[in-house]
Design a protein around this ligand. Structure first.
Ligand code: PRP
Ligand code: URA
Length: 210
C-alpha cells in the first residue's frame, strides 16, 4: 500500500480552520470541498489515460483522455458525501457510486446500510472518499467490498488519519493495489476511537447535528 501524507501550507492552513471547534458548519463544508480538490490532485496522479490525437486551431498534436471504463468515485455516507463535490470538480466524467456505513460507537464495528454500485467493477479505478480514518473499520470494509466486486485498484482520500487506522488498512489489503492519500496523519486514537487531535465527529460538523 502506498501512503501519501500531504505536505503543503495551504492544506495545513485549511485543516487548522477545520479542526477549530469554533468553525461553523457552512465554513466546514466549504473547506472540506476545497481540501478534497487539493488532495484529489495527488490522488489522481495514476489515473489511466489513453493517447489521442487532436487538431488545435494551428496544428495536429498528441494529448491524452481519461480511459474507459471511467473511474468511479465512492463517497462513504454520511460524512464522505461532503467530499463529493470537491472530487468531481476535478474528475467531472467519473461515475459516482455510494456506500452507506456507520460504525458502532462501542465496538467500532461498521455496518453497511446502503449500497448503490455497479455489480461488476472489473477494470475500474475506484476513488473512495471518507474524511476520517480512525480504527480503519469503515474504510477497510469499503475497500474489501470494492475488491470483491472486481475493482482493479482503490485510492482512498481521507482528510485525517490515525496511525492505528493506517496500520489496520495496510494489514487488510495486503496483495491489493491500494493508495491512501491523507490531508494529515494525526497522533493517535483516544479511548472513544476518536482521532487526536482530530476535528471531532466529521458528519456532525458537516451537517450541524452536534
Ligand atoms: C465516521 C467517519 C468514518 C468512520 C471512521 O463515520 O466518517 O466513516 O466514522 O471511523 P473508523 O475508521 O473507526 O471506522 P460514522 O460511522 O460516524 O458515520 P457518519 O459518516 O454517518 O457520521
Ligand atoms: N469518526 C469521526 O467522525 N471522527 C473521529 O475522530 C473518528 C471517527
Amino acid at each position: 500500500m502506498r501512503v501519501h501524507v500531504a505536505d503543503h501550507p495551504l492544506i495545513t492552513h485549511k485543516l487548522t480552520v477545520l479542526r477549530d471547534r469554533q468553525t461553523s458548519s457552512p465554513v466546514f463544508r466549504q473547506l472540506t470541498e476545497e481540501l478534497v480538490t487539493l488532495l484529489a490532485y495527488e490522488a489522481t496522479r495514476n489515473v489511466r489515460v489513453d493517447a489521442i490525437e487532436i487538431q488545435t486551431p494551428v496544428t495536429k498534436t498528441q494529448g491524452v483522455k481519461i480511459s474507459e471504463p471511467r473511474p468511479i468515485v465512492v463517497p462513504i455516507l454520511r460524512a464522505g458525501l461532503g467530499m463529493l463535490e470537491g472530487m468531481v470538480k476535478l474528475l467531472p466524467t467519473a461515475e459516482v457510486g455510494f456506500l452507506g456505513m456507520v460504525r458502532d460507537e462501542q465496538t467500532f464495528e461498521p455496518t453497511t446500510y446502503a449500497e448503490r454500485l455497479p455489480d461488476d467493477l472489473s477494470d475500474r479505478q475506484c476513488f473512495v472518499l471518507d474524511p476520517m480514518l480512525a480504527t480503519g473499520g469503515s474504510l477497510g470494509a469499503a475497500i474489501t467490498f470494492l475488491f470483491d466486486r472486481g475493482a482493479q485498484d482503490v485510492t482512498a482520500i481521507c482528510l485525517l488519519g490515525a496511525p492505528e487506522g493506517v496500520a489496520a488498512i495496510e494489514k487488510q489489503v495486503e496483495g491489493h493495489d491500494v493508495t491512501l492519500v491523507l490531508g494529515a496523519l494525526d497522533e493517535r486514537l483516544n479511548e472513544k476511537g476518536y482521532i487526536v487531535p482530530g476535528l471531532g465527529d466529521a458528519g456532525d460538523r458537516l451537517y450541524g447535528t452536534a
